[in-house]
Design a protein around this ligand. Structure first.
Ligand SMILES: [Fe+2]
Ligand SMILES: [Fe+2]
Length: 223
């Protein structure tokens, strides 16, 4: 019984992660589109964000393999488990898919805000990994530990280019409301969302992969 609960916890955790990795690289596509439209000469930043996109796709594929190796599909978690989804909604007032990329391209304010939100999300992810890698249940799953260690190594290179860009362009530090939104989303995921998924008997597994129909190479599409 205890083993089953522990297994379910790890599956819920990995299901939330694979969803977030997927949303990560698909939302970076929106940034790249804006950047290429507005800042096409800023090669260093475009290259850093493209590398970020490749890494998030790589993380997604590691979790996909994790589930395939176990012969199970991830749980069907939705955008309420997506850190970036909820942060964009709280700070832009719409979902990622509804974000007006043209408006973001035209407005420095909006583009800076998007960069700050991605930076905050990445810093949160990096700090969370330190906690997870100390967790007894996670440490009992060598395949998951291996994935988290790869992500931990990649993570600093994900947020520093946004910080450097914001500094260079006077895009400002994260605003108090952006940091408050990040705090609120994180707390609700850890203390409400994960427990409620664990205790939800009707939680279904996905019937397909998040990236079905996409370019299946590790590079994926870049914009
Ligand atoms: Fe990632
Ligand atoms: Fe990341």
């Amino acid at each position: 019984m205890l083993k089953r609960v522990e297994r379910r916890f790890l599956d819920v955790l990995a299901s939330i992660y694979i969803y977030n990795e997927y949303r990560g690289y698909s939302s970076i596509d929106r940034v790249l589109k804006s950047m290429k439209a507005r800042h096409s000469s800023e090669h260093w930043f475009i290259e850093a964000v493209e590398k970020h996109r490749r890494d998030e796709r790589k993380h997604y594929l590691m979790f996909k393999k994790y589930f395939i190796d176990q012969g199970r599909m991830p749980f069907a978690v939705d955008s309420s488990c997506g850190h970036i989804d909820r942060l964009i909604r709280l700070t832009f007032g719409c979902g990622i898919d509804d974000l007006d990329t043209d408006a973001v391209s035209r407005s420095d304010d909006l583009f800076f805000r998007l960069c700050r939100i991605i930076m905050i999300t990445e810093i949160r992810g990096m700090n969370q990994l330190d906690i997870l890698l100390e967790d007894r249940l996670v440490r009992g799953d060598p395949a998951l530990v291996k994935i988290f260690k790869v992500i931990q190594k990649d993570e600093p290179s994900h947020w520093t280019p946004y910080r450097d860009w914001l500094e260079k362009k006077n895009g400002g530090d994260p605003r108090w409301n952006e940091l408050a939104a990040d705090w609120a989303v994180h707390k609700s995921l850890v203390f409400w969302k994960v427990p409620s998924l664990l205790l939800s008997p009707g939680l279904k597994r996905r019937s397909g992969w998040h990236d079905d129909g996409e370019d299946q190479s590790i590079m994926g599409r870049a914009a």
